[in-house]
Design a protein around this ligand. Structure first.
Ligand SMILES: *Cc1c(COP(=O)(O)O)cnc(C)c1O
Length: 340
């Protein structure tokens, strides 16, 4: 038996893409598949998103773009992060990747999107001068669409004003949260990641926005044992049994991406919610049970009723970071892609 199984449901991804396309009401959907498709597998999710109507792919680095180019020979691929070197600029040119630039220096012969800083305070020009002809797009990025609507609307208006003279270029500012909640952010295209994966950009139940989680992560009880009163489990004795307590051991730990700060979250053991107790180890964690259960009993870590958003809240992070951190190394987890 594998220590754990990652299941990627491409039919759910396609339904999420259609939900986004519906919200975008005519603007293009570009699928953001950086960081190996947020841990879901870039090539699988790119194919499914394009099949459902997405018209472009966005990645963070030139190597990520080159990898996808081998499989998607004619699709628009936008590299959103800075090229690492002149060599990478040359590779992008040869592979017809589009680059994002945040300065007045436009590398020759490459299609580029100029990035404006409208309030993120990260990459981007603070002022737009007349873009040279290699420029195909103008873009910006929102800082607060999930937390501060007024600031997001202000950024969108700044972008609209700064780019008003260049409506012949492809203008794009929306990410998932904006695509779902801010009609004013649509322009020509939206760069959507998290919502495609069926995770909420707002940290709430994704069902509220019509989204379905694409990834599920399951394991099993590899051992079940009785802790006597006063006995403990795991490093640092963080859990000490106050009464005789059954615990189950799950062969997944922080090296698999089940983070150390998930102590106190819940997982589903034989369908029932059970608390994760004690310190999470590199390769295992413990759950508190209410009875002895057989070895091999299924444990659902994420998906199938276990929201990644609930784990994120416990770990004081966002689902983006949780799913990017799940290891799909075949030595640790079996990855299964289902379609239909
Ligand atoms: C990652 C990223 C996105 C996608 O954001 P989501 O919230 O996952 O939709 C869009 N634009 C840029 C510039 C990004 O870096």
């Amino acid at each position: 038996m594998h220590r754990s199984e990652l299941n990627i449901d491409l039919a759910a991804l396609r339904r999420n893409a259609r939900t986004l396309l519906h919200a975008l009401a005519g603007s293009e959907l570009w699928a953001v598949v950086k960081a190996n498709g947020y841990g879901h597998g870039a090539s699988d999710v790119a194919g499914a998103a394009l099949g459902a109507g997405a018209t472009g792919l966005c990645v963070a680095t030139v190597p990520e773009g080159l990898e996808l180019r081998r499989e998607f020979s004619t699709t628009r691929i936008v590299v959103m992060g800075p090229a690492g070197s002149n060599r990478e600029v040359g590779q992008a040119r040869d592979a017809a990747l589009e680059l994002v630039v945040s300065s007045d220096e436009i590398p020759p012969g490459v299609r580029v999107h100029v990035k404006l800083d409208t309030g993120m305070g990260r990459w981007g020009l603070s002022e737009l001068r007349a873009p040279p002809f290699e420029v195909v797009g103008l873009m910006s990025h929102l800082a607060t669409a999930d937390t501060d609507a007024a600031y997001a609307e202000w950024q969108i208006e700044r972008f609209r004003n700064a780019t008003a003279a260049y409506t012949h270029l492809t203008r794009h500012i929306a990410h998932s949260a904006a695509a779902l909640r801010y009609p004013s952010s649509r322009f020509d295209a939206a760069r959507c990641g998290i919502a495609l994966y069926g995770l909420s950009p707002f940290g709430t139940d994704p069902g509220e926005d019509g989204l379905e989680p694409v990834l599920s992560w399951t394991s099993y009880l590899a051992q079940c044992r009785l802790l006597r009163t006063g006995e403990s489990t795991g490093y640092g004795r963080r859990f000490i049994a106050e009464r005789d307590t059954w615990i189950g051991l799950v062969p997944v730990g922080y090296a698999d991406g089940f983070r150390r700060d998930l102590t106190g979250t819940q997982v589903r053991v034989a369908g029932e919610l059970r608390p994760v107790v004690g310190t999470i180890s590199m390769d295992a964690f413990a759950v508190e049970l209410d009875r002895e259960l057989p070895i091999g009993t299924p444990v659902v870590l994420i998906g199938r009723g276990m929201l990644a958003e609930d784990h994120a809240r416990i770990a004081d992070t966002i689902t983006y970071e949780l799913v990017c951190g799940i290891s799909s190394d075949p030595a640790r987890a079996r990855r299964v892609v289902v379609d239909g």
